[in-house]
Ligand binder design. Sequence first.
Ligand code: RIB
Ligand code: CA
Length: 318
Amino acid sequence: MAQKLIIDTDPGVDDAFAIALAALSSDVDLLGVTTVHGNVPLSATTINARRILALCKRADVPVAAGAPRPLVHRSPHEAGEVHGSDGLSGRSAALPEPSRPLDERDAVTLLAELLEASDTPVTIAPIGPLTNIAALLAAHPAAAAKIDRIVIMGGALGHGNTTAAAEFNIWSDPEAAQRVLTGGDAPCVLVPMDLTYRCAVDAAWLDELDASGPIGAALHALTPDYRTHYRGALGWDGMVVHDAVAVAEAIRPGTLRTERVPVQVECSFGPGRGATLADRRLPALRAATDGAAPASEVDVAVDTDLAALRALLLDRLR
Ligand code: RIB
Ligand code: CA
């Protein structure tokens, strides 16, 4: 049975790899793609998502635009310095133009209608800020019953990337992340940057992707600005395909090893804003101090077979 999947995304170079991974996987039923503010403004993330699906020849997949800004507080900045001014290293316009028009529904409506129409539970893979997902859960509480899992790229157990404490997706809308991660609406998997950094791909992997065929070459062509950023962030010539790691788990459950713990999001305006605080104390100690009803737990991804993951990505993206 094909894995039913909806991706919520802010393309974004690693988002492009993640969307292609799902779009090119025959064991995935990609029901739809919804877009959100994040790496670049919503208008750019939306055309980028549509062009990536056009590259993968998936005009059957609807794309609906969602939130242009965070739920409560505006985000101080986007990530154009990481992904390039258009979100795809300045190469978005080199991608095929979409033949399918933008869906006239907004993202939350498309998500709710796809969930309602599905006869089996659907996995949602948010790989950008969680604004659309928080809005969906708030506006359509009944829809949660049709969600199999919410597999999120975001958060950091150790240091962040956007700040010392916070990873970009969570930092971009901490209030939305707190709603999704603590609401207990549906089972959540959180794929933090601690693990996605360990899954970084090297120059040889990227060269193999480039030589693998027209789609691989087109994806490779999106990487220059992103690769420059990660050459500095990693200290060697590679890049971190954060979102593809999360989508690999979404399409092949069990790819990542997880620990089930409560996660809270720091929503104050101090230096820790956007931090994801995983409570990894033993349950007995937690219970002794928590007293009140235990906090909702999420499955935090902590490990994987790195070589097998990189091979899966390359195999699917060829
Ligand atoms: O911190 C990495 C995350 O932020 C990824 O989803 C990347 O696309 C950016 O959105
Ligand atoms: Ca992203």
